[in-house]
Write a protein that binds this ligand. Structure first.
Ligand code: DGY
Length: 330
């Protein structure tokens, strides 16, 4: 990019300061100074003017928006791993390249997934609320705050990609046995390392697990992968954890099954209609049946800086005339 006119890069959300500073140094960066998603008219203005759009997971970059893009827009360099809100096919038809930020979120998201796998059966959120506030504690009792043991249980991972694998490594160290369902079987060497069992049938795996962790991407094919019918296959003692995307699980069916005692509980970091929340989820959380987090699976300062670096590398590589490393194909 040296010596050339700097590309106009519109960034839709406030990013951590070090990332914004780098963006300003390298590009003609137009930053959203307020910490809120852009409005639709702002997004339309952005795609009309920009050479590069840097959206996040709170922006919907659909075909209708892409149709309004100006001639200059050549790259959508998403500040995200997931690209479920971007119509990559519509972008490709208009000659716009799409990139994302894979790998750098893997370990942080796996940490949070593991935290939920531990927190839900061991009633961590309920316990953490006892001492602050009302001080409902009368001291130790052999029958109080009993959760369920994690060690020795079966964990079923739905989606054995990078994050699923990183979750499996952690869970194995906590004494869980690893089971997984994936579109295709992973390498034998990885199965051996994790001592993992592959289930070709998701239904059969669901029926046999103690804990399910959902770690696959959201695509039209995985919408409500955990449908009401499939969730009903879980054992009444089973827990389910989702740090991937809300629409992978039929939330209404999940809440109903937990209310009816047909699933023991859930740990969720993602929701079907974020940031709106189904009120029944909140009631179940108040009863200790769910741990609800506000989509913070990958939220570490280091992770966000790494994501910013990836976005920058993708933009620079693209304007240097090369294929950006994290190009997403339609
Ligand atoms: C992503 O980038 O897809 C993550 O969900 C954001 O936390």
């Amino acid at each position: 990019m040296a010596g050339k006119k700097k590309p106009l890069v519109v960034i839709t959300r406030k990013l951590p300061d070090p990332v914004e500073t780098r963006m300003r140094e390298l590009f003609d960066a137009r930053l959203n100074v307020e910490d809120r998603p852009m409005t639709q008219p702002e997004l339309v203005a952005a795609v009309r003017e920009a050479d590069v759009l840097v959206p996040t997971i709170t922006d919907t970059i659909d075909a209708a928006l892409i149709a309004q893009a100006g001639e200059n827009l050549k790259l959508i360099a998403s500040f995200s791993n997931g690209v479920d809100k971007i119509d990559v096919g519509a972008a490709a038809k208009k000659g716009i390249t799409v990139t994302n930020t894979p790998n750098v979120l893997t370990e942080d998201t796996a940490d949070m997934t593991m935290a939920l796998i531990l927190a839900v059966p061991r009633r961590l959120a309920e316990g953490a609320n006892v001492l602050p506030g009302e001080r409902k504690w009368a001291g130790w009792s052999p029958t109080w705050m009993l959760g369920r043991r994690i060690w020795g249980k079966r964990l079923g991972i739905v989606g054995m990609g990078r994050i699923g694998t990183a979750v499996a490594r952690r869970a194995k160290a906590f004494g869980l046995s690893i089971h997984y369902h994936n579109r295709h079987r992973v390498l034998q060497s990885l199965e051996d390392e994790l001592e993992a069992t592959y289930w070709e049938s998701l239904d059969q795996m669901l029926a046999r697990m103690d804990i399910i962790s959902v770690n696959c991407p959201s695509t039209p094919a995985t919408f409500h992968l955990l449908s009401g019918r499939r969730l009903a296959l879980l054992q009444p003692t089973a827990y389910i954890v989702n740090t991937a995307r809300g629409d992978l699980i039929d939330e209404d069916a999940l809440t109903k099954l937990i209310q009816e005692g047909k699933i023991a509980g859930a740990g969720l970091d993602v929701y079907e209609n974020e940031p709106a929340l189904n009120q029944r989820l909140l009631k179940l959380a108040a009863k200790g049946k769910m741990v609800l987090l506000p989509h913070m699976g990958s939220a570490t300062l280091e992770g966000r800086i790494d994501m910013g670096e990836k976005v920058i590398i993708n933009i620079r590589t693209f304007f240097d005339g090369h294929r950006p490393p994290d190009r997403v194909l339609p």
